[in-house]
Design a protein around this ligand. Sequence first.
Ligand code: GDP
Length: 297
Amino acid sequence: AIVPPQDVDADLKPRPAVVTVMGHVDHGKTSVLDALRKTEVVRGEAGGITQHIGAYQVTTDNGQKITFLDTPGHAAFTSMRSRGAKVTDIVVLVVAADDSVMPQTVEAIHHAQAAGAPIIIAVNKIDKPDADPSRVKQDLLQHNIVVEEMGGEQLVVEISALKGTNLDSLVETIVLQAELMDLKANPDRTANGTVIEAQLEQGRGAVATVLVQGGTLKVGDIFVSGATWGRVRALVDEHGARLDAAEPSRPVEVLGYQDAPSAGDDFIVVDSESRAREVAEVRARRMKNHLASQGGR
Ligand code: GDP
């Protein structure tokens, strides 16, 4: 087995928070992610055409960075968690002010709690005439989520993703929560991370969005990832720009995979191609045997 290098405290440096947006269907997850991404695009990225890469990083007015995982599906979150991949630091739970707490809201609360990720409540759609944020806060009480005005400590922001209301407060609240967590990683070593999503693309081959969690990933690095391996041919950010390197908490498209990995697979830089090939082959064989034993039952 291969494991990422152990870090000592002295090597750790601050890293951006990784945030997942969750919530009941139609409560506005996609709208929140889009609204937050647009603020960034307006800040002057060339062309402003963002491609979908499964995650993106924004820079706040104070220069702080936040990474958003653009996979607002509980399925992706669950599959990663069940495979032991801890990717998210903070969960933003979107609850529509006109609909309040719904089954997938509760499910998301359970996911976040099980993952040990603090929750920030974003009461969305406050622009709607029938919006009732107080009811949302009341309903959340049943799930042990107590907001400040009810004597608790739960961070909550009332927003309208549609009108762009209070999105800056949401960002500030995320930054505040992140500061409380004192998130750190060692950027000065070979990289490891987790696959957020992957696919085969015509003309580009197997492509994966990888969240770098430790170390710095560089073009030319050789890696093992799930049951496959590769050599980094190019690193591409959410704006389509090529990067020379990717530091902790940076999501980046990795080109150079031999085969497509799966979401939730690990990603570890190793020192040689022979080592990468060997580890990937052992893992592939083990996976095949596992599938065969399941099928034979
Ligand atoms: P998701 O399923 O949670 O990703 O929800 P979407 O982001 O797709 O939003 C569902 C619907 O709610 C869409 O029609 C959005 O335009 C609408 N919506 C999202 N946010 C707001 C908001 O702040 N105000 C209003 N009025 N509508 C919103």
